[in-house]
Design a protein around this ligand. Sequence first.
Ligand SMILES: *Cc1c(COP(=O)(O)O)cnc(C)c1O
Length: 413
Amino acid sequence: MKSEMTTSEIMALQEAFVMPTYAPKTALVRGEGCWVWDAEGKRYLDFCSGIAVTNIGHSHPRQVAAIREQAEQLMHVSNLFMNPLQPQLAEALVRCSGLAGAKCFFCNSGAEANEGLIKLARLWGSTRGRHEIITMRQSFHGRTLATLTATGQDKVKHGFGPLPGGFVYADYNELDSVRALVNDQTAAIMVEALQGEGGVIPSAPDFLPGLRALCDEMGILLLCDEVQAGVGRTGRWFGFQHYGVEPDAFSLAKGLGGGFPIGGIVAGPRLADTFQPGHHATTFGGTPLGSAAALAVIETIEAEDLLANAVAMGERFMQGLADIAAAHPAWIEGVRGRGLMNGLVLKVPAAPLQQFLFEAGLLSIATAQRVLRMLPAMVVSAEEIDQALSWIDVACHALHDEMVALVMQVDEN
Ligand SMILES: *Cc1c(COP(=O)(O)O)cnc(C)c1O
């Protein structure tokens, strides 16, 4: 194993041996809190957080210690045996969820968690003659065959047919469009409390409660995909908690392990015992090591009061972004988000702004073409928020004329 490599050495190796599913140009070699360093030693303020994964910051000492201790004790035993960490993690998640009588299933990724949610809904529906699942346009649920079918974006589906049946698509934040799709085959409605990949779009105040009421009226399931919004990112443990709504089950991954790959399902009392032995399984689900890593994330969020910090820093950031947007109404539409899931919505592609910020030293993500998505870790400080805002302000001034010209081109076409 080589430790010291230049960016060009890493890139040559990557191009030769790694499938080009992404096109990265930068190699990161070290992280601490909200900061990362590339192979050339340049430091960046990381407002990607591994796409909403490193919610307690990079290499948090409490989590590093927990992983190191557990690695020395026991890493993996399969689910043919119990281990003491997995049920502790389940207990902690059920407590955070507020879903009385809930139980968990653990897996490895967001797609796998959603695949499990889909299977859970199908199995529940199988005795009721119901199998159809309603998902939302612009949603994102993963890249396995069932979850890319559930995803309400055509671009992830091309070339992968035939796709599994049983999915229909409604408009996000349009209750009537969901209601119109419910029939006697419908098993569940699956929804993100805040759409992430779709462009940082929060559920309207009455949308999730409306879906809950619709599900109760029709006797069907409400499933929330909390893979991106979950585990504190929005300032509450889970996105649905902003809406006073309880789903029948929800999925988790990204932030759950804080960088250690682990996903999970939390299912309320209607679904907690639906899976029986033989129905669903995964080799790596809830290993001692993964569970210890996730427990350390939850303990850190509690010990450092990071939900409150996410709320306070989110407000500071959104206010600053709103001020910047107000200074450039010709090409910036406004801001969206909750807590530390933030989007600056442009009238033009976000890639040039993202690139400018990258060069300045701020990592962000261009999403849904026109949205600059920013996902700082929950340990972010006021100084770091202000640093990011100052870079964004400078970038917006520098790019102003170019962006205004782009808006005019877009308008002409
Ligand atoms: C990222 C994401 C997924 C997929 O998670 P993976 O771990 O990449 O499989 C599913 N749903 C949402 C909302 C996501 O943001």
